[in-house]
Design a protein around this ligand. Structure first.
Ligand code: MLT
Length: 393
């Protein structure tokens, strides 16, 4: 018996599990202290009423013989895939509902999609970025090269012809920096990928936070992307589904490599290893994209945007450098007076009870920076900003 030796190359634990453990240890040491959690990007507002009533209705259907459903269609129910297709139309992207695969979230699909690719591929990953891309490829033993994201390039690295990448990760709006590519910038990535025969894995989990014209909501806004890109998205941040679980992945019919069709490969993979998302959750997800649902989820997104504005205003007042917060729920700041973001994490927790995420946890280039999430509730954000003012003002 041989274990997967690649696991030896992983960090001891997943970033957010690590942070959660540190916070739990602090809470048990100081039970009287208030902890203001702005670390993991977990939503705090409840599900939209339209989503809740659709799930209630679906639960009742499951309780009646006449309307009960067992296994659903493997790619997801047509009513949900059509709702997602129609959502894409609102920003000018025209997909076929059959190109959409419903899943339990973007994170799982981002890891699972690697089943389609050989272990010998070189993977290009921005640094800093969502740690799942690095960890899942490390588990598979792939060679990883990094695209440096930094203040000089606005945390938006562009393709480098000297780098020979086969699989390219793009997360826009970016987790953790909040930087978002324009459609024009993405065009350069699509051209690079098509020239090389590479595949782009595009994480659009935060697309609903894009507020500026010209910035991309989907990679398929770029011509030629259907020939080189797979897009991952989720209801987690758009509709508050972090605890409800539903996402979707778009694998265009036109995506082929080495004579194999990646859409058919993904269908084959999913039908073998995945049995779909519950009917009740899919009904709720579809209701999020109904006209009432869209109106309600937009109200929640506006509340998170207001939180981001509050954080940015506090940092402006303190003259602390930051970016993000405009097209993203994340504010990415320079640790004031600290070059070690983990030391800053400890300091902020000890002194102010404020929890954020150390930039170093997202990659080497994240060192010296810190991420605050606007998904916390409004009162927490207000209190945390006050604490920052007391500490650094
Ligand atoms: C984050 O905090 O980066 C996200 O919540 C992680 C995730 O979406 O899995």
């Amino acid at each position: 018996m041989k274990i997967n030796q690649n696991y030896r190359n992983l960090k001891e634990s997943y970033l957010f599990s690590d942070i959660a453990r540190k916070v739990a240890a602090f809470a048990s040491k100081y039970p009287e202290r208030e902890i203001l959690k702005m670390g993991i990007g977990d939503v705090t507002l409840p599900l939209a009423p339209a989503v809740v009533s659709a799930m209630e209705e679906a639960a009742r259907e499951q309780g009646e013989k006449a309307t009960f459903r067992g296994y659903g269609p493997e790619q997801g129910y047509p009513f949900l895939r059509e709702a997602i297709r129609d959502y894409y139309k609102t920003f000018g992207v025209f997909l076929d509902a059959d190109e959409i695969f419903v899943s339990d979230g973007a994170k799982s699909d981002l890891g699972n999609v690697l089943d389609l690719f050989g272990a010998e591929n070189t993977v290009l990953i921005p640094d800093p970025v969502y740690p799942v891309y690095v960890d899942t490829n490390t588990m598979a033993g792939r060679k990883i090269v990094f695209a440096a994201a930094n203040e000089q390039n606005g945390f938006l690295p562009m393709p480098d012809e000297n780098i020979e990448a086969d699989i390219i990760y793009i997360c826009s709006p970016n987790n953790p920096t909040g930087a978002a590519y324009s459609v024009k910038q993405l065009r350069a990535w699509v051209e690079y990928a098509n020239r090389r025969g590479a595949v782009i894995l595009y994480d659009a989990a935060y697309e609903s936070f894009v507020s500026e014209a010209g910035l991309a909501r989907s990679i398929y806004e770029v011509e030629g992307a259907r020939e080189c890109a797979i897009e991952f998205c989720s209801f987690s941040k758009t509709a508050g589904f972090t605890g409800t679980r539903c996402g979707y992945t778009v694998v265009p019919f036109a995506l082929e490599r080495e004579g194999m069709n990646l859409h058919r490969m993904w269908l084959r993979r999913q039908t073998t290893k995945f049995n779909g998302v519950s009917y009740i959750v899919q009904r709720g997800a579809a209701a999020a994209f109904s006209s009432a649902g869209l109106e309600q989820i937009r109200q929640n997104i506006s509340a998170y945007r207001a939180n981001a504005k509050t954080i940015c205003a506090a940092l402006d007042g303190l003259k602390i450098w930051y970016t993000g917060g405009k097209n993203s729920p994340y504010v990415w700041l320079k640790c004031p007076g600290f070059s070690d973001s983990f030391a800053f994490f400890d300091y902020l927790l000890e002194r102010a009870g404020v929890v954020g995420t150390p930039g170093g946890g997202f990659g080497r280039n994240g060192e010296g920076y810190f991420r605050l999430t606007a998904f916390a509730d409004g009162a927490t954000v207000q209190k945390a900003c006050k604490k920052l003012q007391e500490l650094f003002g």
